[in-house]
Write a protein that binds this ligand. Sequence first.
Ligand code: SF4
Length: 121
Amino acid sequence: MSDRKEVLCIRCPKGCRLKLKIGDKVVVEGQECKLGEEYGRKEASSPQRVVPSTVKIIGARYPRLPVRSEKGVPMNKVEEVIDELKGVEVIAPMKKGAVIVENVADTSVDIIAERGMEVQE
Ligand code: SF4
């Protein structure tokens, strides 16, 4: 017996609609390249999402710094990641790509700055 599921491939802007047949093995259809097949297999076994958010930044022109997980975190950890970021404060200046939180919510994934921010003069 197998389950069927449809997901949108988000690996590139083309957005192929993937059909997954999940049984003893996973069959992916509808992809236009190998990345889509890999994405479909991951979605079938352990779906993950990159988490975008913001954290408080002190001393910069804007009050919030955009951040994101450096790679996908398991779907069942997304809420925990967002909760952990609620209490985080950083101080300007901040460089794009700087690690803001290591191993967020025990996922082995770091949260990084999505952009840099200078000190407000
Ligand atoms: S299957 Fe390939 S072409 Fe289609 S959306 Fe995914 S990455 Fe893009």
